[in-house]
Design a binder for this molecule. Sequence first.
Ligand code: PGA
Ligand code: ZN
Length: 449
Amino acid sequence: MDSASSVNGSKNMVKLKVRMEYNITKILAEEIKDSRGNPTIKVTVWVGDYSGSFSVPSGASTGAHEAHVIENKKAILNVNEVIAKALIGQDVLNQKEIDRIMIELDGTSNKDNLGGNSMIGVSIACVKAAAKVSGVETYEYLRTLRLSSGQAQEEIKPSRRAPFLFMNLLEGGKHTSNTLAFQEYLIVPNTENISEAVEIGIKIQNSLKEIIGKELGENSLTLGDEGGFALKITDIRKPFLFLVEAVKKNNLQDKVQFSIDAASSSFFANPARNAFSIADAGGGMYKIDGKEISKEELMGVYNSLIKEFNLFSIEDPFDEEDFDSFRKLKDANKNLFIVGDDLTVSNQTLLKKAIEKGSINAMIIKPNQIGTLSETLETMKLARENDIELIVSHRGEETNDDFIADLAFAFNCFGMKAGSPLKPERMVKYKRLEDIISKKLAPPWRGEN
Ligand code: PGA
Ligand code: ZN
């Protein structure tokens, strides 16, 4: 904006006023509690009377290469005193510039100085404020953002009219205090109708409650972080048996597929990382069902589960450094989605490595893993150019924010993963998706099928 040249003449004065409204006028971070009662930040960005807020989630089983998370009090100071100074007066419609300024200000490859939590809070709050001043829904605004080569809508290849819902109904790993190695047992309803998919999730979880209560006792009905039942068992096969029974009970065999997020770095003992005592000091071992097994043995475990339960996808089947084992599992199972989460942490450099190695055909997108929205979109673009499917995901420790639904819908992503529909901070995300679609806010489908 050129204010000096705009002060003369009423026409220019009007122009000045209109442009002024798009400049960021205030940024404020405050402390809120997340779904586990831990402190996190909510960032609000104002453009005059308009505002947008984002409440930042965090991971419980984070990948080693995720953007650095800064302690809450320091993150608030970073937003209110450092980032605000640099961004007030900037055009809220220029997301690329907003994110570039923050990246430059931080000056590290991993957001060590400002913190990924501070930066993503500001980055997404800006997008929401920009949508408000533009008078459009957030997902609509997202489509208009410019990437390095062109408009996001054209650059991120669509996959599905409405995303598959990945709903975590049984939990282990770091999201519980139990000893079940795999972190998530998910159902994926095979429908484009979001209301029907949510309905299916609720039905299956209610049946699971009955089945598990009867077999393991009412005491075993405690919930994990994401609202799935946290079973006090070690047998990795058993949760599938509960799921099969619950699906049968509802006569939904044709409508429900099964997936897991093994989050296997959390039960991998790498000699270098010294995670726990290991039998094989050479190659690292996985601890499952009280035993320590090699990656070859783990491959065998997956192959038999894939066959027995007709698995739809496996997320992070091997340690986050083991790109080759991901590829071997993928190549041996043509119809299976091998999903990178800790492997790729929404990071373009790691995604490039996964593409070169042929490790994955799907990946998790979590904006706070990388720290700005612009970088998130660039990663999404690169993935789709290489026919890698996108699953936009919540985190283990969530807030009531529903932004991921807009992100998943805006780019016709393959999936959205948001936990159990019985937990309010997860349900708001499914609800937002339902609202977008049922209110016919959706623009015409851009894909082929
Ligand atoms: P996290 O878990 O948010 O605790 O990392 C979710 C996942 O691994 O998908
Ligand atoms: Zn994961």
